[in-house]
Design a protein around this ligand. Structure first.
Ligand SMILES: [Zn+2]
Length: 395
C-alpha cells in the first residue's frame, strides 16, 4: 500500500500546519511540509495524528460494573463482547491499548497480530497479581472457587509471587500488573496490598524477563512501596504528595491517573462512600496539581472495562479530563508519544521508520480536545489497512 495523507499534522511532538505523511506498506516513509501533487492514493483530512493509546483498560466483556459480575461473567460472552470492543476501540482512533488484567487480552493480542480480528495492538498483562483476600477477590465465595473465577493470580510471599510472574508470562503477558494496594475496606481505610518484599520480588522477576511492572496504588504507602520496589508505572496514584512526586520524577516512573474512571459513579457501601469521594475529589485537585507541577510523565489510561457505563469507544474522555490541567498540545503528547514510552512500545509518533498507526480527524483537537471523540474520527490506518472511523458512517 502506498498512501499520502494530507492535512494539519501532529507528529507526536509538534504541529505542522500543512503537510503530507507518506506511508509505504505498514510504515511511515516520510513526513513532508507542504503538499505536492501525488501519484499515490491520497487521503485528505483536517488533522492527522498518531493513533491514540489507552495505557490502562480491561477487556472484561461485562454489562455491569461490580466485582462479582467481573469475576462470574460467562467466559464465552467475555470473548465475544471483547472482540466487539476491539473494533470499537480501533474505529474510535485507538491503535494501541494496554490491558492490565483480564481473561482474554493475551488471546486478543495473539489473534490481532495474526490478522484474524481487527483492533488495536494489545499489550496484555494476562492475569494480574494480587494478595489472597485482596482488591478483586470476591470474598463471599469459597477461596477455591474465587481463585478459579478470578482474573488475578493470588500470591503471598516473595516465592509465590515469583511463580505468579512466571504463570502470567506463561499465559503470554507482555507486562506484569500488580496490586500494591487494594481499594477501600469497611471503615474507609485503603486496604493494603503486597508488602514491600513481595513487590520487590515481583519487580525483579518481571525485569529479569524484560517485562515492565504496572502498579495499582491507592494511598501514600502503596505509592511509596511501588517506588521503592522499582515499578515502571503507577496506576491511579490517588494520594500523591510532594515527597512521592519528587521520587517518581527522579526515577522516571510514569504516572497514569485514570481520571476517566472516576468521573463515572461506582457503587460502594454507604460506609465507604464518603472516604472514597474525598480521595477522588483530591485526585482531581491536589494529586493532579502536584503531578503537573513536578512535571511527571503522564500517560492516558481510562480503566474502562467494557461495561455499559465504562464502555470501550469512549476512551477519549481521559484526554478531555487531562485538558483541565495542561495545554491541548500536551494532552495530545500524553495520549500518544508519552503513553507509548510509558508502556514501552515503538508507537505514538509520526516519524520515518515508525509503524503507520495513524488517525485522520475531522476538526482540530489541538484547538478543541472534544474533537478526539469517535464522531470526529474519519479514518484509522493500522497494519497496512485503512479503516473507516465512526465519524465516517452514514447514520
Ligand atoms: Zn484497572
Amino acid at each position: 500500500m502506498k498512501l499520502a495523507i494530507i492535512g494539519k499534522i501532529f507528529d507526536g511532538e509538534k504541529i505542522i500546519d500543512r503537510g503530507t505523511v507518506l506511508v509505504e506498506d505498514n510504515s511511515i516513509s516520510r513526513i513532508e511540509e507542504g503538499i505536492e501533487k501525488r501519484e499515490e492514493n491520497v487521503i485528505e483530512g483536517d488533522f492527522i495524528m498518531p493513533g491514540l493509546i489507552d495505557a490502562h483498560l480491561h477487556f472484561f466483556g461485562v454489562e455491569e460494573d461490580n466485582l462479582l459480575a467481573w469475576n462470574v461473567v460467562d467466559e464465552i460472552d467475555v470473548a465475544i463482547r471483547s472482540t466487539r470492543d476491539m473494533e470499537r476501540l480501533l474505529r474510535s482512533g485507538f491503535t494501541t491499548v494496554r490491558d492490565l488484567g483480564s481473561k482474554v487480552a493475551v488471546r486478543l493480542d495473539k489473534l490481532q497480530r495474526n490478522g484474524e480480528i481487527i483492533g488495536p495492538t494489545v499489550i496484555a498483562s494476562g492475569y494480574s497479581l494480587a494478595i489472597t483476600g485482596g482488591n478483586d477477590d470476591p470474598k463471599d465465595l469459597p477461596i477455591d472457587i474465587a481463585q478459579r473465577l478470578s482474573y488475578s493470580f493470588y500470591c503471598d510471599s516473595p516465592y509465590e509471587c515469583r511463580k505468579a510472574v512466571r504463570m502470567a508470562i506463561r499465559q503470554g503477558a507482555r507486562v506484569i500488573k500488580v496490586y500494591s494496594s487494594g481499594a477501600f475496606s469497611q471503615g474507609g481505610k485503603i486496604m493494603p496490598g503486597f508488602a514491600l518484599d513481595e513487590l520487590k520480588a515481583i519487580v525483579e522477576e518481571s525485569h529479569r524477563f524484560g517485562l515492565k511492572v504496572a502498579s495499582h496504588a491507592y494511598g501514600k504507602e502503596a505509592i511509596m512501596n511501588s517506588i521503592l520496589a522499582g515499578v515502571d508505572t503507577i496506576e491511579h496514584g490517588l494520594g500523591l504528595d510532594e515527597e512521592t512526586a519528587e521520587l517518581i520524577k527522579e526515577k522516571g516512573i510514569c504516572y497514569i491517573p485514570t481520571l476517566a474512571t472516576y468521573e463515572i459513579p461506582f457503587e460502594v457501601s454507604p460506609e465507604v462512600k464518603p472516604y472514597r469521594e474525598e480521595l477522588v475529589r483530591k485526585h482531581f485537585s491536589d494529586d493532579m496539581k502536584i503531578a503537573v507541577n513536578y512535571g511527571l510523565k503522564i500517560a492516558t489510561g481510562t480503566d474502562y472495562v467494557g461495561s455499559k457505563k465504562r464502555s470501550h469507544g469512549q476512551n477519549y474522555r481521559e484526554a478531555v479530563l487531562l485538558s483541565k490541567y495542561m495545554s491541548n498540545l500536551e494532552v495530545l503528547k500524553a495520549s500518544t508519544a508519552n503513553s507509548a514510552e510509558c508502556i514501552d512500545v515503538k508507537a505514538g509518533y509520526l516519524k520515518e521508520g515508525y509503524k503507520a498507526d495513524i488517525v485522520v480527524i475531522k476538526g482540530d483537537p489541538s484547538k478543541n480536545i472534544e474533537d478526539l471523540s469517535p464522531n470526529h474520527i474519519m479514518y484509522v490506518i493500522k497494519d497496512g489497512k485503512i479503516f473507516r472511523g465512526y465519524g465516517n458512517y452514514q447514520t
